[in-house]
Design a protein around this ligand. Structure first.
Ligand SMILES: Cc1cc2nc3c(=O)[nH]c(=O)nc-3n(C[C@H](O)[C@H](O)[C@H](O)COP(=O)(O)OP(=O)(O)OC[C@H]3O[C@@H](n4cnc5c(N)ncnc54)[C@H](O)[C@@H]3O)c2cc1C
Length: 523
């Protein structure tokens, strides 16, 4: 998000704050507070952000009023008002699950996207000029619409990261970040900030803005979608991670800079370990870097295949044989795709080998050092490049806020994705421990699951706002897709008790379809 868009957003928010501030001082608000009335489940429609210790703002408050007190007073004052204000729904985290939740809420609550005239008028009101408007449409307020709500996204970053494309960015330049400013055209508001704490009794968030200033934000409903971070083995393990664009730039640079011919041949052999050693320690004329990917999950699989495709292309361009494995995938499990049938897993492995990837199952890599990947038990693989793709773990944010988490740090929620004991708070996506009550299965960490959870959550929030019981969560059918280089893919699901597998260009088509489904912020 650029500075202009940020400034316009701030002006919009301040405008709302002032407008609501005036209302707060009207009517019988103070009496209601003195009587100890609370906001309960009333839509707040009232947003208060303030710099901490800002004396001017403090002076504007009714005597003795805390921000939460003001909010309660305001809610109490407007409770019987014939004009119902829109509830404020705040989503923390603009990953796939957070964005899917915003869009699902918009649909559930029947919010309209801001049209061009509304965007322009909002920009005019904020002093925008036509040149700016074209590039960064100012967010249009959505409050005041029929069955409306005010939807606000908070993220510590200015852009959404398309994590599912990181593997491609590690081999070819790829646009992986989409500015949250693009949300404005959908009628959502965005605030770049790190959430420091949640005060559910007051329905208030403490925020730290990128410039270091502290602010608070009030909400009626809160969705925590803080996602996950890559799992790491040990601190000083060498090699590259695959967690953000800086990593992919480094991997691509190392790959691009590779000029050396590998020295020293490995023993090789007929078994899997021998094949892997052969891939990692190729013939002297081999000009490819000896490449190792650690981690047999989807991201490791996709990276290994994309990488192998590129190395084989270079070999062909250099007139070298392109029928040898060029990347080794080290997998701690005994096979790939443990969630699917053994046949489906074996099929994927055949496809991967055909794509130039050697598989080494049942091995744990410990570190990459001095041209070798050290495996648990002391075995070593010669390697020039090594990327770790060890899977994901819940973001530590939830635990730091005191939310109830399981032993893996995921937020414990009920069947309506509510956080027990935290009034008005829900969790969704990788950060949440969501159990399908029908099967007892704990949901994994994937975009597909986050997408289906978001749709249920939007229904649950709508039901709550309307005073109805929420729906009970049900998992979507399991579908696994992977691209195997730029021209091939693999997709698996189970239909009527039978495996359904697509490979080759059909598999890739299925893969592309799933990318499209989760990619809600087109460029
Ligand atoms: C390399 C890689 C490849 C993958 N490939 C696939 C795939 O092929 N298919 C698939 O289904 N899944 C894949 N995944 C998993 C998928 O990306 C995740 O399941 C998905 O991103 C989860 O979305 P989320 O919204 O729950 O969390 P995230 O995407 O992790 O987003 C969380 C957001 O919360 C923000 N945030 C966190 N803490 C705070 C805070 N305190 N204040 C403000 N903001 C905060 C973060 O900045 C981030 O934007 C892959 C993951 C990786 C890393």
């Amino acid at each position: 998000m650029n500075m202009d868009a940020n400034k316009n957003m701030n002006r919009n928010m301040n405008k709302n704050m002032n407008r609501n501030g005036n209302k707060r001082q009207a009517g019988s608000a103070e009496n209601d507070v003195q009587k100890g009335e609370t906001a309960g489940d009333e839509p707040r429609g009232d947003l208060l952000r303030e710099a901490k210790g800002n004396d001017d703002e403090a002076k504007k408050r009714p005597a003795g009023g805390t921000p939460a007190g003001e909010a309660r007073a305001h809610a109490a004052a407007t409770r019987n008002s014939p004009v119902r204000e829109a509830p404020v729904i705040v989503v923390i985290g603009g990953g796939y699950a957070g964005l899917q939740t915003l869009f699902a809420l918009k649909k559930e609550l029947r919010l309209k996207a801001a049209n061009k005239a509304e965007r322009d008028s909002a920009a005019d009101a904020c002093g925008g000029h036509s040149g700016q408007r074209e590039r960064t449409p100012t967010p249009a307020p959505v409050e005041g619409r029929a069955a409306g709500a005010r939807l606000i996204l908070i993220d510590r970053h200015a852009s959404h990261l398309r994590k599912v494309l990181l593997f491609r960015g590690a081999v070819h330049p790829e646009k992986m970040q989409v500015p949250f400013a693009n949300l404005a055209r959908h009628g959502f508001e965005f605030l770049q900030a790190d959430v420091r704490s949640i005060h559910s009794a007051e329905r208030k968030l403490e925020l730290k803005r990128p410039d270091g200033s502290r602010e608070t934000l009030l909400y009626d409903r809160l969705v925590v979608a803080t996602g996950s971070v890559p799992r790491t083995a040990i601190e000083e393990r060498g090699g590259f991670d695959l967690s953000d664009p800086a990593d992919t730039d480094r991997i691509r640079a190392a790959l691009g800079a590779w000029r050396g011919a590998a020295v020293g041949a490995g023993a090789g052999g007929a078994d899997a370990a021998g094949q892997a050693r052969k891939a990692a320690a190729p013939e002297p004329e081999h000009r490819s870097p000896r490449s190792v990917v650690v981690g047999g999950g989807l991201s490791g699989i996709e990276l290994a295949a994309e990488w192998a495709d590129e190395l084989l292309r270079r070999r062909r361009d250099s007139g070298l044989a392109a029928d040898t494995p060029v990347v080794t995938l080290v997998n701690a499990g005994e096979r790939l795709l443990p969630q699917a049938s053994a046949e489906a897993g074996a099929r994927l492995e055949r496809e991967l080998r055909a794509a130039g990837v050697a598989l080494l199952h049942g091995r744990r890599a410990v570190r990459f050092m001095d041209g070798q990947v050290e495996l648990e038990g002391g075995e070593r693989l010669p390697a020039d490049l090594c990327v770790w793709a060890l899977g994901l773990q819940a973001s530590p944010a939830a635990a730091s806020w005191g939310l109830p988490v399981d032993e893996a740090g995921r937020i414990v929620v009920d069947a309506s994705l509510r956080i027990g004991g935290w009034d008005g708070c829900h969790a969704v996506g990788d950060c949440a421990r969501i159990v399908d009550p029908a099967t007892g299965r704990i949901e994994g960490m994937s975009c597909r699951e986050g997408t289906s959870q978001a749709k249920w959550l939007a229904k649950a929030i709508r039901a709550e706002l309307e005073g109805r019981p929420g729906p009970v969560y049900r998992s979507a059918p399991l579908v696994l897709c992977a691209s195997l280089g730029p021209n091939r893919g693999f997709a698996w699901t189970r239909l009527h008790g039978r495996d359904l597998v697509l490979t080759g260009s059909l598999g890739l088509l299925a893969r592309r379809y799933t990318w499209k489904l989760v990619d809600l912020l087109p460029d």
